[in-house]
Design a protein around this ligand. Structure first.
Ligand code: XMP
Ligand code: MG
Length: 180
């Protein structure tokens, strides 16, 4: 594992501090409101698990799974819902929790799709933002870190479903991509 990593971009300690700040901001902004937190599978699970434990107001949790990428590292631009919400959202404030906003295509699709279901409000929180790669304009309401244009793994993010459990956000060595 460790031998596959070229560089640590964000350490687990830095993430912990930032997630705490995001949780505090969300708790403050949604005080007294009915908040539904929507985690986007699978990439956001580790972030979501840490984030909700820093939120001090009552919330409910649900999940969506979408596929935007194949198994590689480039966007196909096609978004498909693999798993939908189990609850209606009309009477709720909805916060989407994402792992990373890259081209923005996935988030735009999710925002358009959920907005059509007429929630009371709709916002988004992502641990990572790669603004250099943006193809569509999307508003990010809560952002962990802006990172340069590297394909990253760890803290929920994968390459071919591997490396999700790494506590840091890392860049892999080029030969790792070449050998698969
Ligand atoms: P878009 O391009 O639609 O991408 O904004 C969003 C989804 O693409 C995946 N993604 C990555 N996954 N390392 C990953 O492991 C990356 O550097 C990366 N960039 C994009 C991710 O699933 C995200 O939800
Ligand atoms: Mg992925």
């Amino acid at each position: 594992m460790r031998e596959d990593i070229a560089q640590v971009l964000v350490t687990g300690e830095q993430i912990k501090q930032r997630v705490k700040e995001l949780g505090e901001a969300i708790s403050r902004d949604y005080e007294g409101k009915d908040l539904l937190v929507v985690g986007i599978l699978k990439g956001a699970i580790i972030f979501l698990a840490d984030l909700v434990r820093e939120i001090t107001i009552p919330i409910t949790l649900d999940f969506m799974a979408v596929s935007s990428y194949g198994s590689g590292t480039s966007s196909s631009g096609v978004v498909r819902i693999l798993k939908d919400l189990e609850v209606p959202v009309e009477d709720k404030h909805v916060l989407i929790v994402e792992d990373i906003v890259d081209t923005g295509l996935t988030l735009k699709y999710l925002l358009d799709n959920l907005r059509a279901r007429q929630p009371l409000s709709l916002k988004c929180c992502t641990i990572l933002d790669k603004p250099e790669r943006r193809l569509v304009d999307v508003q990010i309401d809560y952002r962990g870190f802006c990172i340069p244009d590297y394909f990253v793994v760890g803290y929920g993010l994968d390459y071919n479903q591997k490396y999700r459990h790494l506590p840091d956000i890392c860049v892999l060595k080029p030969e790792v991509y070449r050998r698969s």
